[in-house]
Design a protein around this ligand. Structure first.
Ligand code: MN
Length: 278
């Protein structure tokens, strides 16, 4: 019943009122007010979490995973049905004042005139079905794009990207929507379809668009985003050499991930220090 949020209740109430209003007309104004009622805040968060979210935005820009586009979010530490993400600006410019709180319908708690990313539904719909996920990156990471459009699977070819061993599915928005779109995940239904393609894995590609990367923390999701981009670049280079490429065996990947994922705080410390020094 956790999914039956306050907003759903409000939407339900407004629907009932809408039916009544359809009969009488007098309650239409009340229905409109209720439909626009923003979700409640889950309360203040540790400034350290905000600082890490700001750092994650700038690190991803520094590392070439995002440019003027792309976004990163983190789940609210006090409530699993809230998440935090910047207003709609370039990741490199994000400061603490830009961070907004959303419910899992991706409705902002306190917009105050700030605009939201069109594709915020990617975040809300993945948090809804993946309780293990505490941070999400959506990017147009350039080296992954060819793997989303050729049918050539993205596979781990070195230890740093062992987490790709579970397989990297490709989300095709044309199949999900049943027709032509502007390629953006701009509705909850498309977000749900993307979450379904991702399944239990850490990374999914989006055909002709980019990727989504998830993890149990901001340092881990940033680590995975960076090394997904690097692996894609290296895999294209290795395939271009023309010989047979030896990928990590699933058992090598399992052992490597157990060793390497615990070291994610090391590059994070370096990247964060550089990102916040500017
Ligand atoms: Mn996008």
């Amino acid at each position: 019943m956790e999914l039956f949020t306050r907003r759903h209740v409000l939407l339900g109430v407004s629907w009932v009122l809408g039916v009544l209003a359809g009969a009488g007309g007098a309650l239409a104004g009340v229905r409109d007010v209720l439909a626009q009622t923003p979700p409640a805040t889950a309360g203040p968060v540790d400034p350290k979490l905000i600082e890490d979210l700001v750092a994650a935005n700038r690190i991803l820009a520094d590392q070439g995973v995002v440019d003027g586009y792309g976004h990163v979010s983190v789940r609210h530490e006090k409530s699993p049905d809230r998440y935090l993400m910047s207003r709609s600006i370039a990741p490199e410019l994000v400061t603490a004042a830009d961070i907004m709180e959303y419910d899992l319908d991706s409705v902002p708690v306190d917009a105050r005139g700030r605009t939201s990313y069109l594709e915020r539904f990617i975040h809300g719909e993945i948090y809804r079905v993946r309780p293990d996920v505490r941070a999400i990156v959506h990017n147009h990471s350039p080296s992954v794009i060819p793997f989303g459009v050729t049918g050539v699977p993205l596979r781990p070819l070195y230890h740093m990207s062992a987490f790709l061993s579970a397989g990297v599915p490709v989300f095709d928005i044309r199949q999900a929507s049943g027709g032509m779109t502007d390629m953006l995940v701009r509705t909850a239904a498309l977000g749900q379809a993307l979450a379904s393609t991702l399944g239990t894995r850490p990374v999914a590609l989006m055909r002709g668009h980019g990727a989504v990367v998830v993890g149990a923390s901001l340092p881990l999701v940033v680590f995975r985003s960076v090394y997904t981009e690097v692996n894609a670049r290296l895999q294209s280079q290795a395939m271009a050499l023309g010989g047979q490429v030896t990928y990590l065996d699933p058992e090598e990947a399992r052992l490597a991930e157990a060793s390497v994922s615990g070291t994610a705080p090391r590059p994070w410390e370096l990247w964060k220090k550089k990102a916040l020094a500017r």
